[in-house]
Design a protein around this ligand. Structure first.
Ligand SMILES: Cc1cc2nc3c(=O)[nH]c(=O)nc-3n(C[C@H](O)[C@H](O)[C@H](O)COP(=O)(O)O)c2cc1C
Ligand code: SF4
Length: 233
C-alpha cells in the first residue's frame, strides 16, 4: 500500500484493544486506526484509552446487531451499549447519568442477565438509595453464562464480564449502594422491596412500570410465576 499512495493509510477490523492499535501504528503498516463498531459499542473509547481506563471500555462483541437493526428498523442499536442510537431520541448519554427524581427509593431488579445488570448499574449511578439485583440462578449473567461456550462466541462473555466489573464494589467509582444478590429463593427477593422492575429479554421493562407488591397477593409464588411466564432468566 505504501508504494501505491502518498496519502495516510487507515484500516479497520473491529479493533478494540489499545495494545493492538498501538502495535499496528508502531509497525508503520497503517497511519490511523478506524473503529466503526468499537465506537458504537463505546463512543468513549478514545477518552478511556487517554485516561488509562482500559477495563472500562465496553468492547464490541462482533454480533452485528448494530448494522442489522440499522438496516431492518432504520434505527441503530448495540448489544453492548444500550445508549447507542438513543442519544437524541431519549437523551441517553453513554457515560453521564442524571440523579433520578425518586433517588430516595429502593429498587429491586429481577433478572440478572446483561439487561438486569445494566439496569442495576445505571440505577446505582443515578443515585438510587439502594439497588438490589436478584436472579433465580446461582450466577449472574443469564444466557451469557453459557453462550460464550458455543463455537466462535467466546467474545459474548464480554457482556457479562464488563457489567460485573462495573458493579464491583471494590471500584472507587462503583455505583453507590448497589448490591448484586444472587439467590435461588425468590422469597428472599420478595422480602426486599415494595415494588418490582421486571425485564424481558430485550431489556424492556414489562408493562412500562414497576409492579407493586399489592399486585402479587400470593407473594413470592406470584413473583416466580411472573418470571417463569416471561422467561426472564
Ligand atoms: C452500523 C454500520 C453502518 C455502516 N455503514 C457503512 C456505510 O454506509 N458505508 C460504508 O462504506 N461502510 C459502512 N459500514 C462499515 C464500516 O465503515 C467498517 O468498514 C466496518 O464496520 C468494519 O470496521 P469495524 O470493524 O471497525 O466496525 C458500516 C458499519 C456499521 C457497523
Ligand atoms: S451491536 Fe454488536 S457488533 Fe455492533 S457495535 Fe454493538 S457489540 Fe459491536
Amino acid at each position: 500500500m505504501r508504494e501505491a499512495t502518498a496519502k495516510p493509510i487507515v484500516g479497520v477490523g473491529r479493533l478494540t484493544s489499545p495494545d493492538r492499535m498501538a502495535e499496528i501504528i508502531e509497525s508503520g503498516v497503517w497511519d490511523l486506526i478506524g473503529a466503526a463498531r468499537p465506537n458504537i459499542a463505546d463512543p468513549w473509547i478514545p477518552r478511556k484509552i487517554d485516561e488509562g481506563r482500559i477495563d472500562d471500555i465496553r468492547e464490541c462483541i462482533g454480533c452485528n446487531m448494530c448494522i442489522s437493526k440499522g438496516d431492518n428498523r432504520r434505527h441503530i442499536g448495540c448489544t453492548q451499549n444500550a445508549t447507542a442510537g438513543e442519544e437524541h431520541r431519549r437523551g441517553w448519554h453513554p457515560e453521564r447519568f442524571d440523579r433520578a427524581a425518586n433517588a430516595d427509593s429502593e429498587v429491586l431488579v429481577v433478572g440478572a442477565g446483561p439487561a438486569g445488570m445494566e439496569c442495576a448499574m445505571v440505577l446505582g449511578r443515578r443515585g438510587m438509595r439502594r439497588v438490589r439485583l436478584v436472579d433465580a440462578a446461582d450466577e449472574v449473567g443469564g444466557i451469557t453464562r453459557w453462550i460464550p461456550r458455543l463455537p466462535g462466541l467466546a467474545e459474548w462473555g464480554r457482556l457479562r464480564e464488563w457489567r460485573l466489573g462495573q458493579l464491583d464494589h471494590s471500584r472507587p467509582d462503583a455505583p453507590p449502594r448497589t448490591l448484586v444478590l444472587v439467590c435461588h429463593d425468590l422469597r428472599l427477593a420478595y422480602k426486599y422491596a415494595d415494588s418490582f422492575v421486571v425485564l424481558n429479554r430485550s431489556g424492556r421493562v414489562e408493562g412500562g412500570r414497576a409492579i407493586p407488591k399489592a399486585d402479587l397477593p400470593n407473594g413470592p409464588d406470584d413473583l416466580h410465576a411472573l418470571i417463569e411466564a416471561r422467561a426472564l432468566v
